[in-house]
Ligand binder design. Sequence first.
Ligand SMILES: Nc1ncnc2c1ncn2[C@@H]1O[C@H](COP(=O)(O)OP(=O)(O)OP(=O)(O)O)[C@@H](O)[C@H]1O
Length: 260
Amino acid sequence: MLSVRDLHVRYGRSVAALHGVDLAVPDDGVLAVLGSNGAGKSTLLRAISGTLRLHRGLITGGEIRFGDRRIDRLDPAAIVRRGVVGAPEGRQVFTRMTVEENLRAGGITRSSAERATARRRVHELFPVLRARAHQRGGLLSGGEQQMLAIGRALMSAPRVLLLDEPSLGLAPRVVEQIARIIREIHAQGTAVVLVEQNAVMALGVADHAVVLEVGRVALSGSSEELSRSEDVRHLYLGGHAETRATAERGKHKALSRWDG
Ligand SMILES: Nc1ncnc2c1ncn2[C@@H]1O[C@H](COP(=O)(O)OP(=O)(O)OP(=O)(O)O)[C@@H](O)[C@H]1O
């Protein structure tokens, strides 16, 4: 279980980005983190992955635990070794390196046997990455780069995968494909924290969700509950989109009847 308790984060002296955030991600869960621009979603992921300092940010209160150990004072490499691994946004793959070299870089903390197992898993999830093994990362399409970014994170055999807006800038068909793959990764036993502006996609994939508003958790609950929440529907789903989110979930899970 990954848990965040009363987390406060600042950037420099003037920006207080998180003001007492609480959340929990069960070992077998997918947690969606929704929220509008500037709500603090990326800050939360940076705090969990230990990368805040790269952005001149600092945890000023609270704690982050993985299992029974605190991880909020560890450096990013130690957090990856514990099994909590972030996939960068797709355009941040190593563009001059081949697909295979990108994957190898992701598995650098693991033994060669563990890397071989992880590579088989990545190739099964993303056959395109096997087909394009020797192509430069920068020549892949946006969706393929996103897949490579997720594949690179999976190479370190994470227990919790942190995803920062994997649907950003992708065509709806590709977003559906990524959503399917996230479900598959979860079904294989990896917990996922999914930061998304695309609430339809996120609520379709996650079991639970939190909505951040200016650095605070404004709402939390099961994805079904949040799909039905008036606030979430107006702010993030709009129109008939909530029906789509529910339909999406219905494809993959037996749901209680839609009462909205
Ligand atoms: N490196 C930084 N230095 C100073 N302030 C920052 C920095 N990064 C983020 N912030 C501020 O912290 C707050 C939270 O930003 P954050 O990027 O976490 O939000 P977000 O929910 O991820 O937004 P978006 O969806 O636009 O990416 C905002 O007020 C933002 O301006």
